[in-house]
Design a protein around this ligand. Sequence first.
Ligand code: NAP
Length: 475
Amino acid sequence: MYNYTKQYINGEWIASTGEETIDVYNPATEEKIGAISSGTEDDLNKAVAAARAAFPDYAQTTREERIQLLENIATEYEKRKDKLINIMIEELGSPLSFTEEVQYTMGYNHFKATADALRNFEFTEDRENSFIQKDAIGVAGLITPWNFPTNQISTKLASALASGSTVVFKPASYTPFASILLTEIMDAAGVPKGVVNLVNGKGSTIGNGISNHPDIDFVSFTGSGKVGSQIMQNGAKDIKKVALELGGKSPIVVLEDADVETVARTAISNIASNTGQICSTGTRIFIPKGMYQSFVDMVQKLVPEYPVGDPKDENTFMGPQVSKDQWEKVQDYIQQGIDQGGDLIVGGTGKPEGLTTGYYSRITMFGNLPHDGALAQEEIFGPVMTVFTYETINEAIALANTTIYGLAGYVVGNDPDNLRKVAKNIRAGRITINNTASDFSAPFGGFKQSGIGREWGDYGIEEFLEPKTILGLPK
Ligand code: NAP
């Protein structure tokens, strides 16, 4: 049982000023695995005061000191590999192989990639008539969701620390323990007192308190559009800068010359990885009309190769949804697809056979649904895909862009001209051609309602800086 009911403020673990706690559950067993503090406004005020007091000195640290700090954090992160993996399996239900290869690795890569970006980052620019200097933004409030317990917060922490800013952060209440471990990592790495402060608690109290706090200069938020919009409104009151990483409904465009097995595997792994709980995953697939039946046959043949079940089993591909609420939401969308007369290619409502305990869904794909319906347009955050056919590339691009979102896009096929054409014309922040591996030095973020701003690498550092122009600076 993890009982972590203290807050980390000014370099120390201290008791909350409130008595309330929030229980945390394992979504695979439905059992309670621990509790955290349901923090108070007082806790938040103390954390912000500590971050404010630490800011002047931390902002003056050198590039070399901050690179060393990020490298120390990466080293301490590596030392706790097993603990981090176990915690994420328990609190999120993330399968062992995915947790090791993706969840754990992404968190690590952000500290390394940001240290590398910092080595060559231009903090000043000498122009003919002016001198431009980029200053740390000040105190940043970081709010993160549950779907990648170390990735989401690591990119924000790395960028903030690289810029010379200090932070107060609040992880999601479903998955707080990886963040608590990350805070121990910050401490062990020698992050100075007050530079990183953790306040656990409810979104409505601590999250809302961060976006309303007069002494926080910048809020970097990852989560739902609904809460992102609320944060923008709160921030507007005192003209606080906000960066928002929100949802998606990303398209996969398949070219005529694509290999059908690759297409089917791309489709299944997009919706089943992390149980479909990935903001940038491909959830709408556009297939040439003539390929539809062979795609359906291939998906039906391959789905059994993606086992759903116990996240601790190394053969499991897909674990449970994070919570009962999320499971019910997914079930509701699948029922809507059935009610609307969609062709159920695989999956359906209910739990997979033999899994009675745990919030397990079935890998589900629908064909023959309308482009403007809920399943084609709304973010489900579960293993559900809608399959559409097209006749021309231009039609596929237009359909791919028919969404309020613009976080990511995918293209599968061979013809270089068509790969280029689709990739360049999808209106989204990150396009992946033929499952190319990720690049942690390149920007991540969304067009349209998928967000404002960018994270990762040098673009991530940039978010935490204020450019200042000095005219007439003595040479
Ligand atoms: P969420 O409900 O918006 O929660 C995200 C965070 O905001 C949590 O820490 C939550 O705290 C907090 N929060 C809740 N209400 C708040 C309020 N009124 N003011 C400030 N903070 C508040 O989102 P989620 O369900 O955890 O995450 C899923 C969403 O995140 C999806 O839409 C997904 O696409 C998006 N996402 C986007 C990216 C990206 O990079 N673009 C990455 C991952 C996820 P509690 O946990 O205590 O409620």
